[in-house]
Design a protein around this ligand. Structure first.
Ligand code: AMP
Length: 546
């Protein structure tokens, strides 16, 4: 027997029409090089309707890819909605990628048009003659004093000349592609992840659940996470569904710029990678951030010490989330639950440092990479984290990667290794390819990094494997010391000794000026491995693996 409920598509037009109808009075604020601009959602909605017509006028095909090369701005949000609501596919290009990668990605996705912020023209223009599929470049003037190449079109002129689409947007098949993002891909070519309307709508709801960011109409949200990084973790669509005010940081992504916006607009919810919050740490006490209630953090492990430093300075720890481009990206979140109430604050900090429990509708399992056995949730056994759910990728665009990252029974192999307690609170130990195999035993580099970063004089630490004749691999700690502090390698080892197994202690500590980062702000261990590839440890290691 079938259910007798309406079979209405889960699609982004609902998100747009809901925002337009109910939240026209809400504000969109964008920081630009020449000051802040404020529009209402009602004004924004008219612009979305004009943009829908512009896409037709430009001749973008019915499911054409609409590239964006933009900062986080209210105008970028226009594209976020107009492209998918007219059946096109939004393709957010990562402005920090290397030129060759951008050329590859835009060509692979067959972008037909690219909308570019004026300040970013110098990054895009040199590639233009290599982007064979792109027929039009449309410049969004963000006030930057940069010449506009001949033949490139002006966004405002096109909008002004267009009649607003005056009907209701309709997407009949909820499985229609809405947006695509390429994985940051540390090896091989980046692979395209294609989000559907259905996956995007369902995932957006996660930012509204109470054990997550719990977005409500009362919130003022500042997404620091770039809109080219996995759809800014679903925040933009979540904000439209909930009817929040949104503050966009534009090109000024400095800690000073962000903290000023948080204070001035009494932002309640923000989200970004640990690096940005680390940079803001010294500024916290100089600003009134009393309106903040959620600092969403993920993309890399959130150091316990960072989260605690926020709790001490502004009264709220970080809301730790884990996921990847392939998981839309939110898959787990770590808010302490009722069974954690009896714990001490210190113990709760340990819970918050975990990646957390799978969010509703996502299934997670831990699988031993050697035996293929599913591991128990006993907080001891580790395994590769595999994920399944309505917003988890089932394959890459054009079948790239040949399915190696998907299991026969349809789960995504995330390449992350972790353990989890009986409540499913995951603790991520490492990436499979970053694990250090010493004397046949795994050492989790992420865990080790977290312990090193707990040292009061350490700003950042990354741990990589170095070759060892005796143990095959051993850990090398690359440490960045806080400004004005000094610390020795011996002090680091002494600090770690009571905290980790003896055989986990790094064989050497190297001091570096900063940990190299990828285009989305994660530690680039590949760069560190290249740098320290031939590292020789002076003398035999004294740390016997178990
Ligand atoms: P990306 O697809 O570029 O967002 O990268 C996804 C990868 O980032 C994941 O597979 C993890 O290795 C890492 N990652 C994301 N969130 C976290 C987190 N909270 N803790 C540790 N690693 C994370």
């Amino acid at each position: 027997m079938l259910g007798l409920m309406q079979d209405r598509p889960l699609a982004l037009p609902h998100v747009f029409h809901r925002a337009e109808q109910y939240f026209g009075h809400k504000r969109l604020i964008t920081a630009t090089a020449t000051g802040e601009t404020t529009t209402t959602l009602a004004e924004w909605a008219v612009r979305v309707r004009r943009l829908a017509t512009v896409l037709d006028t430009l001749g973008v095909s019915a499911d054409g890819r609409v590239g964006t090369f933009c900062w986080n701005t209210a105008r970028h949000l226009e594209l976020y909605v107009a492209a998918p609501c007219t059946g096109r596919v939004l393709h957010t290009l990562n402005i920090r990628l290397f030129p060759e990668q951008l050329v590859y990605i835009a060509g692979h996705a067959e972008d037909e048009v690219v909308f570019v912020d004026r300040s970013l023209i110098p990054l895009l223009e040199p590639l233009a003659d290599k982007l064979a599929t792109v027929r039009h470049y449309i410049v969004i003037d963000d006030g930057a004093d940069v010449p506009i190449p001949e033949g490139w079109l002006d966004y405002e002129e096109l909008l002004a000349a267009a009649d607003p689409f005056d009907g209701t947007f309709v997407i009949e098949d909820e499985n229609t592609a809405a947006a695509m993002c390429y994985t940051s891909g540390t090896t091989g070519n980046p692979k395209g992840v294609v989000y559907s309307h259905r996956s995007t709508v369902l995932h957006s709801l996660i930012s509204l659940v109470a054990d997550g960011a719990a977005l409500s109409e009362r919130d003022v949200v500042l997404p620091v996470v770039p809109m080219f990084h996995a759809n800014a973790w679903g925040l933009p669509y979540g904000c439209l569904l909930a009817g929040t005010d949104i503050v966009f940081p534009g090109p000024n992504m400095t800690p000073q710029g962000i903290v000023g916006l948080l204070e001035r607009h009494r932002v309640t919810v923000t989200g970004g990678v640990p690096t940005i919050w680390m940079g803001m740490l010294p500024l916290l006490r100089e600003h009134d951030l009393s309106a903040l209630r959620v600092v969403l953090c993920g993309g890399s492990a959130v150091p316990r010490s960072l989260s605690e430093a926020y709790r001490e300075a502004i009264g709220i720890p970080m809301l730790h989330a884990w996921g990847m481009t392939e998981t839309s990206p939110i898959a787990t979140m770590s808010t302490p639950r009722s069974h954690h109430d009896a714990l001490t604050e210190d113990e709760r900090a340990d819970i918050r440092a975990r990646q957390g429990q799978a969010v509703p509708l996502v299934d997670i399992r831990l699988v031993d990479p050697d035996s293929g056995e599913t591991q128990p949730w006993d907080d001891v056994a580790t395994g590769e984290i595999q994920a399944a759910g309505p917003w988890i990728a089932k394959e890459y665009y054009r079948g790239e990667g040949g399915g190696a990252q998907f299991t026969e029974d349809g789960w995504l192999r995330t390449g992350d290794v972790g353990t989890g307690d009986r409540y499913g609170f995951v603790r991520l130990v490492d990436r499979t390819k970053d694990l250090i195999k010493s004397g046949g035993e795994w050492i989790g580099s992420v865990e080790l990094e977290n312990e090193i970063m707990a040292h009061p004089k350490v700003a950042e630490a990354a741990v990589i494997a170095i070759p060892s004749e005796k143990w095959v691999e051993r850990p090398l700690a690359c440490v960045v010391v806080k400004p004005g502090e000094t610390v020795t390698g011996e002090e680091i080892i002494e600090f770690l000794t009571p905290r980790v197994a003896k055989w986990w202690l790094p064989d050497a500590v190297e001091f570096i000026d900063e940990v190299p980062k990828t285009s989305v702000g994660k530690f680039s261990k590949k760069t560190l491995r290249e740098k320290f590839g031939g590292y020789q440890v002076a003398g035999p290691t004294s740390h016997e693996p178990a």
